[in-house]
Design a protein around this ligand. Structure first.
Ligand SMILES: Nc1ncnc2c1ncn2[C@@H]1O[C@H](COP(=O)(O)OP(=O)(O)OP(=O)(O)O)[C@@H](O)[C@H]1O
Length: 292
């Protein structure tokens, strides 16, 4: 399987939301686990045809946020709206029924199964009725092939096992599958975390293609460089709270990297180090520097 420049035509299966408001909106959302407050005061809007990047360090609350949007957790506080209507999802199935699909880092794929089998995993097409009902392998193969081609993904054969694909190609397959099955909002959980530079590039190209196809994309990442390549809006979470919330027009890569690297703390440390290098004005005060 090789990947060429993704097509920007909208794949079958969804037409995207054409409304003017956001598809997904969180208002003051928080989540606690007993005494642990994992998230608080999260405001987020995901609109059609835009990529929102969520950045944060380990333990910042990114996974908790994904789980709320994808219907695995109910928020403890605040409001979750889809297409302007308040929702209370009690399972990922309900979120999926609203067009909110999540591609997790470990991907729901079976390595030894062929590409087409993985594409339809859990939603297999059948033919015939009653005792004669069986998998419609021919139709699944054809559709899988067509859908991958629409995304600009070339597969030598959809019959080859998924384990033969590269990490980036597996991510792209999972994205194509989510789009085919009607995703309007695509949540991508660190899709480039385990990939090298080239494979990360492949995945980011398809993130961009999903946006062009009219989907709202939520990209979770540790990597400000990857985020800045495709993002329209950036949110940095720190210790469960929003530290930064800016559109691309109000942010530079340097600014974003600075925030991710610990921003304010680094400034304070730099200041302290600089002060530490200055000669003491009055040696009678504290420990003198540069003197032993
Ligand atoms: N089910 C849970 N029970 C108790 N505490 C939890 C639970 N899930 C998350 N937490 C806590 O909430 C905080 C945020 O965790 P979360 O996994 O959302 O962070 P993260 O940003 O995804 O981190 P990482 O990048 O390491 O995956 C952490 O302090 C974590 O220990």
């Amino acid at each position: 399987m090789s990947t060429k420049s993704p097509s920007t035509s909208h794949p079958s299966g969804s037409d995207g939301a054409e409304g003017t408001g956001p598809i997904v909106e969180l208002r003051g959302v928080g989540k606690s686990f007993g005494n642990i407050r994992a998230l608080s005061g999260i405001d987020l809007k995901v609109g059609t045809g835009e990529v929102t990047c969520i950045l944060g360090d380990n333990g910042a609350g990114k996974s908790t946020l994904i789980k709320i949007i994808s219907g695995l957790h109910e928020p403890s506080t605040g409001e979750y709206r889809v297409d302007g209507e308040p929702v209370r999802f009690t399972s990922p199935r309900e979120a999926l029924d609203h067009g909110i699909a999540t591609v997790y880092q470990d991907l729901a794929i079976v390595q030894l199964m062929p590409v087409w089998r993985n594409f339809f995993l859990g939603s297999e097409l059948t033919t015939g009725a009653g005792p004669l009902r069986r998998l419609d392998t021919g139709r699944m193969r054809t559709i899988c092939d067509q859908e991958l081609q629409k995304m600009g993904i070339e597969v030598a054969s959809v019959d080859m096992p998924v384990q033969n694909l590269s990490g980036g190609q597996k991510q792209v397959l999972a994205i194509a599958r989510a789009i085919y099955f009607g995703a309007r909002v695509l949540i991508l959980d660190e899709p480039t975390a385990a990939l090298g530079v080239k494979q990360s590039g492949v995945v980011l190209k398809y993130v961009s293609a999903a946006r062009e196809a009219g989907l709202g994309v939520v990209l979770i990442t540790h990597n400000p460089h990857h985020a800045f390549l495709v993002g329209d809006h950036f949110v940095v979470i720190k210790l469960g709270e929003m530290e930064l919330d800016r559109p691309r027009s109000e942010l530079s890569l340097e600014h974003l990297t600075h925030h991710m690297a610990g921003g304010a703390e680094l400034d304070a440390l730099e200041h302290e180090l600089e002060r530490g290098q200055e000669p003491e004005a009055d040696p009678s005060h504290g420990v003198g520097h540069g003197q032993t």
